[in-house]
Design a protein around this ligand. Structure first.
Ligand SMILES: *Cc1c(COP(=O)(O)O)cnc(C)c1O
Length: 398
């Protein structure tokens, strides 16, 4: 007799394109930091939809907002205004450097919009964008071209032109890439997919200075690290560097598909009616979800709690690294995005460790082929962190 999980997995494998290395499980329900599969088995979720379900699964305030909105209005064209979209944009503008917002449906689309805006807002002949090696910006052709990892390029050439990559951390090399066609620098304040690699504040400041000297726009991709993940609403608030354009997506709607591209007035003015559009972008239901999400994140004390739990997680992971120096060499991250960097010799065990932890009921993933990535819902408790750390310790010990 095959289990309910196996039956669903078999059906899925038959009809879905094989684009994901999925674990053999079918999830049916979620609550807070817990997920439940087709057989009622419980998992402690330290993936959170890849930094998406920041308030945990099925947060009551988000669920209520969605329920209320689907009964009122699900969709109208962007030929008309809707209340949730305006309220969400107002709240994003009030809590960021930006003056205006464009809504879309995903991180890749937000970055596409940022790339288009950077080109449109730049003088004739300036179109080239410099991004960093190890970066991840999405899976559309332009965002794949911007992504600084060749494994995402292979088989899809020719890629759109106008993208070059500067070696991570090397400011001189970035300066050397700036030419007459350069219009912008695009980077993540912390590379998530690249293996939880923060950019040093001094490096980011130097990038900002180069942009100012050469009249380039600075674009921050905060798709993964924005929305409270690092202990401030936006990661760059802690780094003392302000971008000209910023993108958000993953955590924005706590699981509903929404992306946003934000900019200051001067840059945003380059977009005029007809410049860019999205049929579903800023849909009332996803905006209602994002509005409720943002309200919870901005409630007094919430983000300070994220910062405190992030420090706790980093401390506990630091103990692990000291305990198992042959397996783990470093802990790095900001707030509740932390990476336990595996030693060179343990890296080929990364996926096997993820599999082992899954079998024991902990969901975690292996980022950039270097680090076990801890991105729990921001509502995680210290007790849940302790449980996860204990399970990882057991697997490192094996
Ligand atoms: C996930 C991610 C993207 C792409 O987002 P999608 O919603 O999958 O298109 C872009 N940039 C960063 C930094 C990401 O982590």
């Amino acid at each position: 007799m095959t289990s309910a999980n196996e039956q669903w997995v078999t059906r899925g494998e038959r009809v879905l394109m094989q684009t994901y290395g999925r674990l053999p499980v079918t999830m049916v329900r979620g609550a807070g930091c817990k997920l439940y599969d087709a057989e009622g088995r419980e998992y402690l979720d330290f993936v959170a939809g890849i930094a998406v379900c920041n308030l945990g699964h099925c947060h009551p305030q988000v669920t209520a907002a969605v329920r209320e909105q689907v009964e009122k209005l699900v969709h109208v064209s962007n030929l008309y205004h809707t209340q949730p979209q305006i309220e969400l944009a107002e709240l994003l503008v009030a809590n960021s450097f930006a003056d205006r917002v464009f809504f879309c449906n995903s991180g890749a689309e937000a970055n596409e919009a940022a790339i288009k805006l950077a080109r449109k807002a730049s003088p004739e002949g300036k179109y080239e964008i410099i991004s960093l090696t190890g970066s991840f910006h999405g899976r559309t052709l332009a965002t794949v071209a911007a992504t600084g990892q060749t494994k995402f390029h292979q088989g899809f050439e020719p890629l759109p032109s106008g993208f070059v990559h500067a070696p991570f951390g090397e400011i001189e090399a970035l300066r050397d890439l700036i030419g007459p066609a350069t219009c912008a620098v695009l980077c993540e304040p912390l590379q998530g997919e690249g293996g939880v690699r923060p950019l040093a504040p001094a490096y980011l400041r130097a990038i900002r200075e180069l942009c100012d000297q050469h009249g380039l726009l600075l674009i921050f991709d905060e798709v993964q690290v924005g929305m409270g993940r690092t202990g401030t609403l936006l990661a760059h608030e802690q780094l003392g560097v302000t971008p000209d354009i910023m993108t958000l997506a993953k955590g924005l709607g706590n699981g509903l598909p929404i992306g946003a591209m934000l900019a200051g007035e001067r840059v945003a003015a380059a977009f005029t009616p007809g410049s860019h559009a999205s049929t579903f972008g800023g849909n009332p239901v996803v905006c209602a979800a994002a509005l409720a999400t943002l309200q919870v994140l901005l409630a007094p004390g919430f983000l300070a709690g994220v910062a405190a739990k992030g420090e706790y997680l980093a401390t506990r992971l630091g103990e692990l690294a000291r305990q198992y120096p042959q397996r783990a060499v470093e802990v790095r991250g900001m707030g509740l995005i932390q990476g336990l960097v595996l030693s060179e010799s343990a890296r080929d065990q990364g996926l096997a460790m993820v599999r082992r932890l899954f079998e024991q009921g902990l969901l975690l993933n292996f980022a950039g082929n270097t680090a076990l990535r801890f991105i729990p819902p921001l509502v995680v408790s210290e007790g849940e962190i302790d449980r996860a750390v204990a399970m990882v310790a057991a697997v490192l010990r094996e």
